[in-house]
Structure formats: C-alpha cells, structure tokens
Design a protein around this ligand. Structure first.
Ligand code: ZN
Length: 439
C-alpha cells in the first residue's frame, strides 16, 4: 500500500522478515541473520526508513494502510550477477556443449537485438521475467549492439530498478553481423558509461564476452576502459569448458593460462565478475584471490551444457570471492531458487554440503557483496534501498505437503530452495513499490 504524504511516498509491509549480515559460518550461526516473525517495514522514497517488530511500529504509521504478507517470508530481492539479456529465447535450445550452443543458437538469436524496437520489446519482457522470479537486480550482458544495452537500461529506468548491463565486445570468431571492432566496442561502451552510469539506479559494465571472441586489440581496449573507469564492473566468462580453454590458449600462446589472458590486459580486478571458473588451476585460483576477482557459480548452465562441476569449497578455500547466478540462456531457469537447488546438487556430487542459510545469504547479501552493492541492496537494514520479495513456502501442493512436517527456518528455506520456483514468489517490491504480485 503506497500513500503520498508530506514525507514522500510511504509503503508499509508486514510479514516474517529475514535478512543476513554475513555468510553463515555454520547451521547455528545465529549472528549471521535476523528473523522477525511478525515484522514491519516502512519504506519512504524508495528506501527502508524503519524496520522492526510490528508491535514497535512508529505511532505515526499505526493507522496507515499496509500490505499484510504473513505468514510468508519477506527477504531482500534476489540478485542475479550473471545473465544474458538477449538469451530469453535461447533457453532450452538442444545443444551438446558450449561452443555448439553458441554457434548454432546463440550467435543467431543475438543478431535480432540489432533492431531497437525488438530490443525494447524484449527489455520489457526481460524485466517482467526477472521480477516474476524474485530477482530485483541483475548484472546482464547485452548483445554486441549498443542499442541492446540502451533498451535494457531505459526499461530498468522506467521501473526504477537497480540494474547493471553493457554491450558485449566481440570482434572475432562470431558471425559478421555480431561483431564490433576494437575501436567501436571501446567507443560504444564509453558512450554508454557517459550516458547511463550512475543515472537513476543504473550502472554500465565493461563486457568483453570472453577471450575467444576478442582480438588482442579489443582486449587492450577493454583494459583501457577498465583503467579509465575503475567505478565500472567488468563481466566476462572464464574456464567454462575444455574445448573453450584449449581454443583460448591457442589464441593467446604467450599467456600462462586462461586467467592470465584477462590479467595481462588489466581485466582481472576486484570489479571483475568471472562467469563459471570450473577448471581453474591452483595458480589461477591464487591470482583470482589476490586480485579480488569474483568467481560466479552458474549451476544450471554448467549442468545443461555439460561443462563441469564448480568446486565451491576449493574456490572459497582458496580465498576467492564468489557469487551464484542463473546464466540465462545457457542456464535453464530464471529462478534463483532453482539455481540454489541445482547448486546444492552440484556440490553434493563432489561430497560437499550447501546449507540453506548459506544459499539464501548467497542469493541476497552474498551476491550484493560480489557486485559491490552490499551497502544498498541484499539486506533489509534501515537506510538501504527497499527492494524485497515475498516467498510462500506452501506455494504448490508438493510444497504444502512437505511444509506440514517442517519445524525450523532452515528446513523451510530448504523446501523453498529444493521445491520452489517463480510460483513461490508472491510479490516483488522495487524501491518500495510493489511491481509484481500473484493473487
Ligand atoms: Zn554467460
């Protein structure tokens, strides 16, 4: 319920509030989160002005309308730090592995985003899909066309979403209609940054697709952008598939390994989001840790394309920052819940556990930390931006049946993670305004 007052637009929400303060060290790490069974949020001008027990709701709001989401959980909105805007219609394309998938489907589909009207239409549908799945912020690759990034930024601006995107830079090993040049990729990214970075809640990411599709000259241009714009995230792919790794090593024979290709061009920094990171050597993990680059775990994509099993314990043990993401459209679900579910299975196959408290920390505050926004999103702390979602752990008959025996918060989260998807997302709020709701 939003109402205009002298103090600005106010939204008041009641529900079971859950948010994290740091990565849970174990199942019983109660200091890592706050759960308020009957909580209230007061949002003003897009931010959380007050959070606490409903019984403590400030007196001047007690007679106001409010949205009552009890008994559902209210969490910070999910953050998807690796997703491809032009691949909503590539999901579920029948391919064996990464390079076949790229050449047969993806590099064909992405050409359509050269049409600004098509890109604008798809930007609306992309944002609708994000919110329906409880994702309130993403870091998205555009297509090679500057206009694709512009379309998505413009759409996010109309919704006041916090969103990061950039046009991918790719000047070789792709169809001619889908390549730029070192200079045009630089110029277009530079223009996007000038026009959009820091506008509303938007940021622009420097986006060399991956080393296989960029010449040395383009990698140098991307590195120059990174030096000139240290405020910008860098997004790319690293060590996803053995065929890809061999091809990259052949193209850059002077590099020590795949990771070194990025590092020697200045693209391995604490702003770098490196998708996949499945087959890294000990040296590469060491350099990732030392530079502060982020390894982005994309479990549904890695399973679908048969790329391999991301070893979170090895990455984390090596001191590397990490995140989890859908990687639509190599990934097979827009849902961070399904992504956590598949992540659990990938780790279980390696004999590791993925506790639901840790999983939900990752999809919210953990991913916010990975993209450098934990002071603004991924939390319900007062003073932060009011992006949050409502999750119903009884959304389907199977979930309701299972919930009859659930006694703890961790069990409830694990039901959401294992059985949940967009049907469990009953509402999404962006900057304090409800933007998606199911009956
Ligand atoms: Zn990707």
């Amino acid at each position: 319920m939003a109402s205009g007052t002298q103090g600005g637009t106010i939204t008041i929400v009641r529900g079971r509030l859950l948010w994290f303060h740091h990565e849970p060290l174990g199942a019983d790490d109660e200091a890592s989160f706050t759960l308020i069974e009957d909580g209230g949020l007061v949002c003003r001008n897009g931010c959380i002005a007050w959070v606490g027990d409903w019984s403590d709701l400030p007196a001047d709001h007690r007679d106001a309308d409010y949205a009552d989401h009890r008994p559902h959980l209210v969490l910070p909105g999910f953050i998807d730090p690796h997703i491809h805007f032009p691949q909503g219609q590539v999901v579920a394309s029948y391919a064996g592995s990464l390079l076949e998938w790229l050449n047969t489907y993806t590099f064909i589909e992405e050409q359509r985003y050269g049409d600004p009207r098509f890109a604008a239409t798809m930007a609306k549908r992309f944002c609708d899909m994000l919110l329906a799945h409880g994702t309130t912020t993403c870091v998205a690759f555009g297509s090679v066309h500057k206009g694709s990034a512009t379309a998505l930024l413009a759409e996010a601006a109309t919704r006041n979403m916090r969103l990061v995107t950039g046009k991918v830079m790719m000047d070789r090993n792709a169809p001619e209609a889908l390549t730029d040049t070192a200079q045009s990729g630089y110029d277009d990214t530079k223009a996007l940054i000038a026009d959009w970075h820091g506008e509303a809640r938007l940021e622009v990411a420097i986006s060399p697709r991956f080393a296989l599709t960029s010449t040395d000259a383009q990698m140098e241009a991307a590195g120059a952008l990174a030096r000139e714009h240290p405020e910008c995230l860098i997004q790319t792919h690293l060590s996803e598939n053995h065929g890809e790794i061999e091809a990259v090593e052949a193209l850059f024979p002077d590099a020590a390994d795949y990771t070194d290709v990025y590092e020697r061009f200045g693209l391995l920094t604490d702003k770098s989001l490196m998708g996949h990171c499945i087959h890294l050597s000990a040296r590469e993990i060491g350099r990732m840790a030392e530079t502060g680059a982020v390894a982005v775990f994309c479990p549904t994509s890695n399973l679908f394309l048969g790329s391999g099993l991301f070893d979170l314990d090895r990455i984390k043990g090596g001191g590397v920052r990490h995140a989890i993401a859908t990687d639509i459209g190599g990934g097979t679900s827009w849902s961070l819940l399904k992504t956590l579910d598949e992540g659990y299975k990938v780790l279980n196959l390696q004999g590791h556990r993925y506790h639901p408290m840790r999983a939900f920390w990752q999809a919210t505050l953990g991913n916010a930390e990975a993209i450098g926004m934990a002071d603004r999103i991924g939390t319900l702390d007062a003073g932060t931006e009011a992006d949050f979602i409502v999750l119903d752990a009884r959304a389907t008959e199977a979930m309701a049946l299972r919930m009859e025996t659930v006694e703890t918060l961790a069990e409830e989260l694990f039901v959401l993670q294992t059985l949940g998807d967009d049907r469990a997302v009953t509402a999404a709020y962006v900057a304090g305004r409800i933007t998606h709701a199911t009956a």
